[in-house]
Design a protein around this ligand. Structure first.
Ligand code: AMP
Length: 398
């Protein structure tokens, strides 16, 4: 398959590399829409497949046993008519070292490798993406955009765990926060919609997708967030438990004989919406089932929304004033029911939803889904992490 364009278009390639997957998107340098995007998954297995989407047309190509390099090569083969000028990589963990995006060189790669103990599933995979892209496109500048960077402005009282300080000093045990690229993008978009400079914008953003986190943004900067040392802390997610009693691991080990790694796997991949409902980690499936009377699906949604409301109310402590509560991510952007149920549990703050606006996801009202009487406006602001990575990449290479 080739992309047919008459004029050559200068593009930024955005890469998000996982251990057995590689997501990519091409964004024209002049403009903000995604030109071509794709996902190669199950890499290294006989079932490896490349899904692509160009101008709304979806395609699937089998690429049995393909490596990351071969997947990226296959993607590059589709870029006829497009001239890649730079590559932006999503990197999950930047530790305390990276407070913003950076141009990638050997030293930066080594530093990303050093953060791998904090994100053993993600950083090595992200590095594979960087190495592969450097091999295939040796002349293009490459940029790393970190999930943690936006949260490096947290004050110490927000990032320090109440455990002996030596664990922080020796091992870097502290709260880092994730989804930073999304929270940052949504903060910028919210400021624009509110008609305020980012530096004067105070909001709480809720990124609700397969992973979920909320963030308190004070004068445009992240000052607290629900995820911590790892993306397991905080809200209820698709398959992750979020916060549990720190004594839970010991209890389960004593009672069941499970190993620590098994308990961690249960909390990461069999918990959350899936664990409560026993049915699915997918909010759409749960909403349909709840409508049909599935009690545990209903309960999963109830727990999800209650815990979210409770966390958002907690994040209010980080702000003196608030311009809006902002929903984003697959669930936040699309589930009127989740938004409604969450907001209904914040009555004490005088938050009132407008169900007509909510049902249309705020699309006709500059994102607003709350009523004129609401003491805090509520909004839906679609996230766009690829665009944010492309923008950061362009900023750094120009
Ligand atoms: P993300 O990780 O941002 O792609 O979000 C994935 C989550 O969004 C899944 O739980 C989906 O079920 C949920 N989602 C997507 N579309 C809808 C929808 N129309 N209604 C409810 N949930 C949705």
């Amino acid at each position: 398959m080739h992309v047919n364009t008459h004029a050559v278009t200068d593009c930024v390639i955005v890469i998000n590399c996982g251990s057995s997957s590689l997501k990519f998107a091409l964004l024209p340098m002049a403009g903000e829409s995604i030109h071509l995007k794709g996902l190669a998954e199950r890499l290294g297995t006989p079932e490896a497949v490349l899904h692509t989407e160009h101008d709304g047309i979806k395609r699937q190509n089998r690429i049995p046993h393909a490596t990351h390099r071969e997947a990226l090569q296959a993607a590059a083969g589709m870029m006829e008519g497009l001239r890649p000028r730079a590559i932006g990589h999503r990197v999950v963990h930047g530790g305390e070292r990276f407070t913003g995006a950076v141009r990638i060189d050997d030293e930066v790669m080594a530093a990303i490798g050093q953060c791998a103990s904090l994100a053993p599933l993600h950083n090595p995979a992200n590095l594979t993406g960087v190495k592969t892209a450097r091999e295939l496109f040796p002349d293009l500048p490459q940029v790393a955009v970190f999930d943690t960077a936006f949260h490096q402005t947290l004050p110490e009282k927000a990032w320090l765990y109440a455990i002996p300080r030596s664990y922080y000093e020796k091992l870097g045990v502290r709260r880092y926060g994730f989804h930073g690229t999304s929270h940052h993008y949504v903060a910028l978009e919210s400021a624009r919609l509110l008609g305020k400079p980012l530096e004067q914008t105070n909001i709480i953003t809720m990124h609700l997708g397969n992973g979920c986190s909320a963030c308190a943004v004070r004068n445009g900067r992240s000052v607290d967030t629900t995820m911590g040392l790892t993306p397991s802390e905080g809200l209820v997610m698709g398959t992750r438990s979020g916060d549990v009693d720190p004594a839970l691991h010991q209890f389960l080990q004593d009672q069941t004989g499970m190993r620590l790694s098994e308990i961690t796997a249960v909390l990461n991949s069999q918990s959350g919406l899936l664990g409560i409902s026993g049915l699915s980690n997918d909010m759409r499936t749960l909403a349909d089932a709840a409508r049909d009377g599935h009690q545990r699906a209903r309960l999963a949604i109830d727990v999800f929304c209650y815990r979210l409301a409770k966390s958002v109310c907690g994040l209010m402590a980080a702000l003196d004033t608030i311009d809006a509560l902002v929903f984003t991510g697959g669930i936040g952007e699309n589930s009127a029911g989740v938004r409604s149920l969450t907001i209904a549990q914040m009555k004490i703050y005088g938050v009132i939803i407008d169900e007509t606006k909510n049902t249309s996801h705020g699309r006709n009202d500059r994102g607003v889904i709350s009523s004129a009487e609401s003491r805090i406006p509520c909004m839906v602001v679609p996230t766009n992490e690829e665009l944010m990575i492309a923008r950061e990449t362009l900023r750094l290479i120009s």
